[in-house]
Write a protein that binds this ligand. Structure first.
Ligand SMILES: C[S@@+](CC[C@H](N)C(=O)[O-])C[C@H]1O[C@@H](n2cnc3c(N)ncnc32)[C@H](O)[C@@H]1O
Length: 372
């Protein structure tokens, strides 16, 4: 696949859209909130704008868009007359202290201004009450159903990983737990890494992804590399009893012998290095991949417009606050990384890996073919 084609794949785009609209924010609490907000929006007398209102509100408050929009369709042709009737009556009761008598003459006497005032107030009140009720009902039903559902193996493994960090520093525990829950990259890596074999996590940080891979498949030999001794300490404590080691090294000098590993992760690290060094580290990483093995690189794609801008701003704030020890931030179009991996004989795909954030992170998956 060429760099340009790899950068925009309709399949990856459709998958990401599906993930964003349907699969994200699906905990019982978030879905219940989506139902409540959707019902509320559906009540507002702005029918042509329900869709846009839904998209904007879901983006701001991180709600499941499909559920919210479905709930907003409470104002469908069958229910709309009842909703309007109920809203007008509720509004009239609040404004005038009485229900609106039903009849054409009474409506004419009421006048459009008082009618629409009653409709507006009533739709807000009725929408909030009905939304609150149906949201609460959704929560109760989902909690009951999920209690009976066996968790997926990856969910069990993530809980196990988080609980391993609970033995150490509280800050590391909370970071890892939230990172595993909210960042799609750990699940994506777990789905793409080959079974067994040697795994290297370059710039592993607190090591949660490395530990997750070791928990999911104890036959893997996992090696994490970072230069931050505090984070490495968290990783070592969490990896007790697993086939995972963590060593202090600069990724620019780390030992990556040719054909030495089956999976190599470089997640959110390259942009701390100058461009030429990125190329050099990436080329060594490619050569370290055995036939059938996979290199997984997550980076910000600097060719994604406003998303790229938002990522740059966020990284600058974090680096300034010294959460990440990095000398500089060098972001570049993902197509450049793709081209480099392809030069090294790997087959590459790129897909969005920004979850529900406004950032421009992508996952570059580069596989070394088993033959040739
Ligand atoms: C944003 S964190 C990502 C950590 C981890 N890969 C993850 O996904 O959670 C970047 C990490 O790269 C490490 N790092 C940056 N430059 C490095 C270098 N030259 N050598 C070793 N580690 C480095 C930092 O210490 C930090 O832990």
């Amino acid at each position: 696949m060429t760099g340009m084609l790899a950068r925009w794949s309709p399949r990856a785009w459709a998958r990401s859209l599906w993930q964003h609209l349907v699969k994200s924010h699906t905990s019982p609490g978030r879905l219940a909130l989506a139902v409540a907000v959707g019902i509320f929006i559906g009540h507002l007398p702005i029918i042509p704008f329900h869709f846009f209102a839904t998209v904007i509100v879901c983006w701001i408050f991180r709600l499941n868009t499909a559920t919210t929009y479905l709930a907003a369709n409470v104002s469908n042709p069958f229910l709309l007359p009842f909703l309007v009737f109920g809203s007008v009556q509720a509004g009239h009761l609040l404004l005038e202290g009485s229900f609106l008598p039903v009849g054409v003459a009474q409506l004419a006497e009421e006048g459009p201004k008082r009618f629409f005032s009653a409709l507006l107030l009533g739709s807000v009140v009725q929408g909030a009450l009905l939304g609150g009720f149906l949201g609460a009902l959704t929560y109760v039903v989902l909690r009951r159903r999920r209690r009976g559902r066996p968790p997926e193996p990856i969910e069990v493994a993530m809980d196990d990983v988080a609980s391993r960090y609970a033995r150490g520093r509280r800050a590391a525990y909370h970071y890892v737990r939230s990172k595993l829950r909210t960042d799609p990259v750990a699940r994506a890596v777990a789905e793409r890494a080959p079974a067994g074999g040697d795994v290297i996590d370059l710039g592993c940080g607190r090591g949660q992804t490395a530990v997750l891979l070791a928990v999911l498949d104890p036959t893997r030999r996992v090696r994490g590399i970072d230069w931050d001794e505090t984070k490495l300490g968290d990783a070592r404590d969490a990896a007790a009893g697993l086939s995972a080691t963590f060593e202090r090294a600069d990724v620019r000098e780390a030992q990556l012998p040719p054909a030495s590993c089956d999976a190599l992760l470089v997640l959110d690290v390259l942009h701390y290095l100058p461009k030429a060094t990125q190329d050099e580290v990436l080329a060594r990483a490619c050569r370290a991949i055995r036939p059938g093995g996979t290199l997984l690189v997550r980076e910000m794609d600097d060719a994604r417009g406003w998303r790229s801008w938002a990522t740059r701003a966020e990284e600058r704030v974090f680096t300034t606050l010294r959460f990440n020890r990095g000398e500089r931030l060098v972001f570049r179009p993902a197509a450049e990384l793709v081209a480099l991996c392809e030069q090294e004989g790997l087959e590459v795909t790129v897909e969005p890996m920004w979850g529900s954030t406004p950032f421009a992170n992508v996952l570059v998956e580069a596989r070394r073919p088993t033959t040739g």
